[in-house]
Ligand binder design. Sequence first.
Ligand SMILES: Cc1cc2nc3c(=O)[nH]c(=O)nc-3n(C[C@H](O)[C@H](O)[C@H](O)COP(=O)(O)O)c2cc1C
Length: 207
Amino acid sequence: MRNTVKVAVIYYSATGHVADIAREIAETAEKAGAEVRLRKVQELAPQSAIESNPVWAAHAAATAEIPMADVEDVVWADAVVMGSPTRFGNISAQLKQFLDTLGGAWRKGELADKVYSGFTSTGSPHGGNESTLLALMHSFHHFGGIVVAPGFTHPDKFVDGNPYGTAHHDNGGTTPVGDLTRKAARVQAERVVTLARAVAAVSSGSQ
Ligand SMILES: Cc1cc2nc3c(=O)[nH]c(=O)nc-3n(C[C@H](O)[C@H](O)[C@H](O)COP(=O)(O)O)c2cc1C
């Protein structure tokens, strides 16, 4: 059985909340024995828009060194965990643009049979976290992915209450990612690694 699974954590974040969750998931997956690539997607907003929001500008500068996601990162991975802030109840254009670069790999069947999972952040508690996560999962189904949701598989999930994926709400930018969201992220990352390991074992014929 192959123990080292490869996990790609791919996200878009303007003001840092989704990026915080991405880091928590990446670190937890690494602790669980996975080889991890943490990648951000290409910014599409004009520089003037970024500069008009000091939090956005500061986050962009602080994460300048995070490598840019590439199609190859998805093809490489056994498990892909993607995150986006809510944009009117949907995923961001930036993450959608990255998904749209995957057409060639999809055509070659290179996206299928992997574990996929999603995370998000919203401004308000009912501002669209579930619709965003489900929108992201539309694409996972097209890929022939194995969608791994956290469900209510751990006591911590009965506290944060979101079976679709890790979801923070920042209360209009005033609430940083805290313990509740971090625990949800850790449950999700551990579950992704466990399931990816099981799929890899079956694929390699060792089980
Ligand atoms: C254009 C735009 C649309 C948004 N739409 C929603 C929304 O529908 N519901 C919501 O709760 N928050 C919405 N937000 C707020 C962000 O999703 C939220 O602040 C999120 O936590 C930001 O994540 P980030 O810090 O990783 O960029 C929107 C923000 C922007 C800029």
